[in-house]
Write a protein that binds this ligand. Structure first.
Ligand SMILES: Nc1ncnc2c1ncn2[C@@H]1O[C@H](COP(=O)(O)OP(=O)(O)O)[C@@H](O)[C@H]1O
Ligand SMILES: [Mg+2]
Length: 362
């Protein structure tokens, strides 16, 4: 691989994606450092082995490599599975196959450009509970009316009865009335999920949004919480719904504060993120995004609790409603963004929000 030119050699060695040179016969001639790391085996283990061994049981891929070797055709971003032999695990990859041309411009093999897509797929999996929410949404639409109508009759009758009965019986009817109201509020909240979210898109400076929230929160938590902000000054503005995004960060910051009843540090970080994958019409493509991190030193989240974070009405708080996270996820998803949560029980929690800079139509 360009041994004659040291700069090219360094570039190939520095690139974070895998580059594999294969012979006309489909065996591996060269790999870069990233390939060794990705497949977790050293260079010697690659050489002279068939390239397809790295991507077993994927005949469509084999066929494309053959096509490149025989006909000089290039293929872009083919999705597949890489195989780490030592650990018997597979990981998602995106592969670009180009014919390798020699000094005389003759095809003499192929170059595979391999990208590990683990992170971007993880992000997608994190947001999968959202499917459950939209499912719940459809269900709740139907159910809501079935519940709300009789509920009106129940509380209406109870109020009538209350007027007719002597005072000693009032307390029982008050329970009926109060509980009916509570069910009614809960159904209303469920209906909230059923409605598609219409975004009012504007140009948003996320730092400004965060500062607006912090001004309020700092006043009420002055004594016990240490606030810290690490903002990337080059962070671009994004396109989004300002009010809704404010609601998201308010929810997340409040969760962080509620996790620190004894006090602690709340850290807000922003970063530019140029390597963000979104899936539109089934095809992943790269977009520019910003990343906002909300880091607390609070109670943390147990593994069991972690599974239900985005489930509507799941809460571990006596006064909680369990809607902050699912609603935030719904809003972020509507912006084509992602939310990622990592936590260590007892040590604290980090919530990452990825938001694309532009809201393109797919
Ligand atoms: N920063 C955090 N630290 C610890 N636990 C959290 C954090 N954020 C969310 N949680 C957990 O997730 C649950 C759901 O959060 P949320 O949907 O906002 O509902 P609520 O705050 O009303 O309980 C919380 O009850 C809590 O157990
Ligand atoms: Mg909350």
């Amino acid at each position: 691989m360009g041994d004659s030119n040291p700069v090219f050699k360094n570039i190939i060695a520095s690139i974070v994606d895998g580059i594999i040179l294969i012979s006309r016969e489909g065996t591996i001639l060269q790999v870069n450092l990233a390939t060794e790391e990705m497949f977790q085996q050293s260079r010697d283990h690659f050489l002279d082995k068939p390239a397809v061994d790295l991507f077993p049981h994927q005949p469509q891929l084999q066929q494309k490599i053959d096509d490149t070797l025989e006909n000089g055709v290039a293929y872009h971003q083919i999705e597949g599975q890489g195989h780490r032999r030592a650990h018997q695990v597979t990981f998602p990859v995106s592969i670009t196959i180009s014919p390798y041309l020699n000094d005389h411009n003759q095809p003499e093999g192929a170059v595979l450009y391999v990208r590990d897509c683990t992170l971007s797929q993880e992000l997608e999996e994190i947001s999968r509970p959202f499917d459950a929410i939209s499912h719940l949404g459809t269900l709740s639409l139907g159910m809501a009316h079935e519940i709300k109508n009789p509920l009106v009759s129940i509380s209406g009758s109870a109020q009538l009865l209350r007027r007719k009965l002597p005072e000693e019986h009032h307390k029982f009817l008050d329970v009926v009335i109060k509980e009916s109201e509570r069910i009614n509020r809960m159904v209303d909240r469920m209906l909230h999920f059923a409605r598609p979210l219409e975004l009012d898109i504007d140009t948003i400076n996320i730092h400004q949004t965060l500062e607006e929230i912090l001004i309020l929160e700092k006043q009420s938590h002055e004594a016990s919480i240490h606030f810290e902000t690490i903002y990337d000054p080059s962070l671009p503005s994004i396109q989004g719904d300002g009010d809704r995004l404010k609601q998201v960060f308010l929810n997340l910051i409040q969760n962080a504060l509620e996790a620190m009843p004894e006090g602690g540090t709340l850290k807000l970080l922003t970063r530019y993120h140029s390597d963000y994958m979104v899936r539109s019409q089934g095809r992943p493509h790269r977009r520019q995004a910003i990343l906002v991190e909300i880091v607390d030193t609070g109670l943390g989240i147990t593994q069991e609790n972690m599974k239900h974070l985005f489930t509507p009405f799941h809460t571990t708080k006596s006064q909680g409603n369990g809607l902050g996270l699912p609603l935030s996820l719904k809003i972020v998803e509507n912006h084509n963004g992602k939310i990622k949560v990592s936590s260590e029980a007892g040590a604290g929690t980090t919530v990452q929000v990825y938001l694309p800079v532009k809201q393109e139509n797919p």
